[in-house]
Design a protein around this ligand. Structure first.
Ligand code: UD1
Length: 417
C-alpha cells in the first residue's frame, strides 16, 4: 500500500467474530437446525464450521448472505482435534457445550493468537465446580461427568470472556441453579446469553457481573442475528482519524465503544451518531491519547494496536497500558520498522508521535496487530508491505476491498507459503 490517502465514504460492519464463533458452539446444545445471521466471511468461521462438521454436524455457510445453518444430530462426537484447535484458540468454546450434551469432551489445548500465555484454569475450575472431572493428557483437555452437571456457585478471579462462556454453556442444562460471580460483561457475552435464552435457557442478570442460571432439561434450535463487530467498527473509526478522513460506519453500536470513541474525540475527531451507526470526521493532525486496556466496559485490548498506530503519528506523547495480554506489544517492533517512536517497559508503552511514518515491509503477528500495521501503512510515506495477512483474514472480512472503496491505495498480493 502507498500511504497518504484520506479515507472518505461509508462501510458496513458485519456480525462480531468474537460472538459468532461462540454462537456456533452454543448451537451444539440443541438438536436440530440453528441458523445464524450476519455472519462475517472470515477464516475463523470456516475453521469453526469444520470443527462442528467433525463433531457430526451439518454446516452450510452462505458467504454472500452471511447465513450459517448448523444441523446438530442427536448423538455428537466429543473430540476436537489438534489440527483445527491449533489454528484457532476460540475452538475451546466447544468444551462447555460438549460436556453438557455428551457428558464428555476432549479438546486439544489451543494455539491461536500469539499474544501471551492465555491460561484455561478458570474454565476448568468452573467445570469442576459443576461436578465434572478434568485432566490434561497428551495435549488434550479431557473433561467428563458420569451424571448430569449440577448447579453451584462459581466465582471467577478475573472476568474472563472465555471462562464465562464455557461455564454458562455448561450450566444452562445443569440440574438446579448456578450463580456465576465476576463474569465478563462484553457485548458478545450478552449476545450469547440472549441466544441461549431464546433457545429456552433461563439466564438472568445478563449484562451484569453476576449471572444466575436455572438449569433446564433441553434447549431448542433458533434463528439469531449476531451482534455487530465493535472491534471492526472501532478499527474503521481509527482509520478515519489516522488518515484525517471522514467515514460513516453502518451496523455499529456506539454504546459498545463508548471509551474508545471518547478517546477519539479527545484526539480531535468529531463523532456523530447516524441511524444505524456513527460517523467519524478528523480535520486536523490527531492529538495523543493515553490508553489503559481493561475488561468491558473498559478500553478493549483488541483496539490497543490500532490506537498505538494512531498515537505514532499524533501530536504529543501517550502512555499505553496493556492489562490483558502480556505479549501484545510484540507488534511494536514492527511498527518501529515504519519509524514509530515507541518504547515498552513491561505492560506500558510510551509512544511519542512523529509527523510522518516511513513505508517498509512489516509482519503481522496477530489479527489486531495486522490491523494496526495496515492503519500505520495508510499514513506512512511510500510503500508499506504487510506480510502475514492470513492473520487479518481471521478477523476482517473484505478489508482490502473496503479500504479501496474508501480511497486507500492498497492491493492484496497472495503470499507464497
Ligand atoms: C477473548 C477474545 C479476545 C479478547 C479477549 C479480551 C474471543 C475469541 N477472543 O479472548 O479477542 O482480546 O477476550 O477481551 O472472543 N485467563 C486466565 N485463565 C483463564 C482464562 C483467561 O489466566 O482460565 C487470562 C488470559 O491469559 C488473559 C486474560 O485472562 O490474560 C483475558 O482472557 P479472556 O478474557 O478469557 O480472553 P479470551 O476469551 O481468550
Amino acid at each position: 500500500m502507498v500511504g497518504g490517502c484520506r479515507l472518505v465514504g461509508e462501510v458496513r460492519v458485519t456480525g462480531a467474530k468474537n460472538s459468532v464463533l461462540k454462537l456456533m458452539a452454543a448451537a451444539l446444545l440443541a438438536e436440530g437446525t440453528t441458523t445464524l445471521l450476519d455472519v462475517p466471511d472470515i477464516l475463523d468461521v470456516e475453521i469453526m464450521a469444520e470443527l462442528l462438521r467433525r463433531l457430526g454436524c451439518e454446516v452450510t455457510h452462505d458467504q454472500t448472505g452471511g447465513v450459517v445453518a448448523i444441523t446438530v444430530p442427536a448423538v455428537l462426537d466429543h473430540r476436537a482435534d489438534y489440527d483445527l484447535v491449533r489454528r484457532m484458540r476460540a475452538s475451546i468454546c466447544v468444551l462447555g457445550p460438549l460436556l453438557a450434551r455428551c457428558g464428555a469432551a476432549e479438546v486439544a489445548l489451543p494455539g491461536g493468537d500469539n499474544i501471551g500465555s492465555r491460561g484455561l484454569d478458570m474454565h476448568v475450575e468452573g467445570l469442576i465446580k459443576l461436578g465434572a472431572h478434568a485432566v490434561n493428557e497428551h495435549g488434550y483437555l479431557i473433561a467428563s461427568t458420569d451424571k448430569r452437571l449440577r448447579g453451584e456457585s462459581v466465582y471467577l478471579d478475573f472476568p474472563s470472556v472465555g471462562a464465562t462462556e464455557t461455564i454458562v454453556m455448561a450450566a444452562v442444562t445443569a440440574e438446579g441453579i448456578t450463580v456465576i460471580d465476576n463474569v465478563a460483561r462484553e457485548p458478545e457475552i450478552v449476545d450469547i446469553c440472549t441466544m441461549l435464552n431464546e433457545m429456552g435457557a433461563q439466564i438472568s442478570g445478563v449484562g451484569s457481573s453476576t449471572l444466575t442460571i436455572e438449569g433446564v432439561d433441553a434447549l431448542h434450535p433458533v434463528t439469531h442475528r449476531t451482534v455487530p463487530d465493535r472491534i471492526v467498527a472501532g478499527t474503521w473509526a481509527v482509520a478515519a482519524a489516522i488518515t484525517q478522513g471522514d467515514i460513516t460506519i453502518h451496523n455499529a453500536k456506539p454504546e459498545h465503544l463508548q471509551i474508545a470513541l471518547e478517546k477519539l474525540a479527545t484526539s480531535g475527531a468529531v463523532i456523530t451518531e447516524v441511524e444505524d451507526g456513527f460517523r467519524v470526521v478528523m480535520n486536523e493532525r490527531p492529538k495523543s491519547v493515553d490508553i489503559v486496556t481493561l475488561p468491558y466496559p473498559g478500553f478493549p485490548t483488541d483496539l490497543q494496536p490500532q490506537f498505538i498506530a494512531l498515537n505514532a503519528i499524533a501530536d504529543g506523547a501517550a502512555l499505553v497500558t496493556e492489562n490483558l495480554f502480556e505479549a501484545r506489544f510484540r507488534f511494536v517492533q514492527e511498527l518501529a520498522r515504519l519509524g514509530a517512536d515507541v518504547r515498552t517497559d513491561g505492560h506500558h508503552a510510551l509512544v511519542r508521535g512523529r509527523i510522518e511514518l516511513s513505508g517498509a515491509p512489516v509482519e503481522a503477528t496477530d489479527i489486531r496487530a495486522g490491523a494496526g500495521l495496515v492503519l500505520a501503512g495508510l499514513v506512512a510515506d511510500g510503500t508499506t508491505t504487510v506480510y502475514g495477512v492470513s492473520h487479518i483474514d481471521r478477523g476482517y472480512s473484505g478489508f482490502v476491498p473496503d479500504l479501496v472503496r474508501l480511497g486507500a491505495q492498497i492491493i492484496r498480493v497472495d503470499e507464497p507459503h
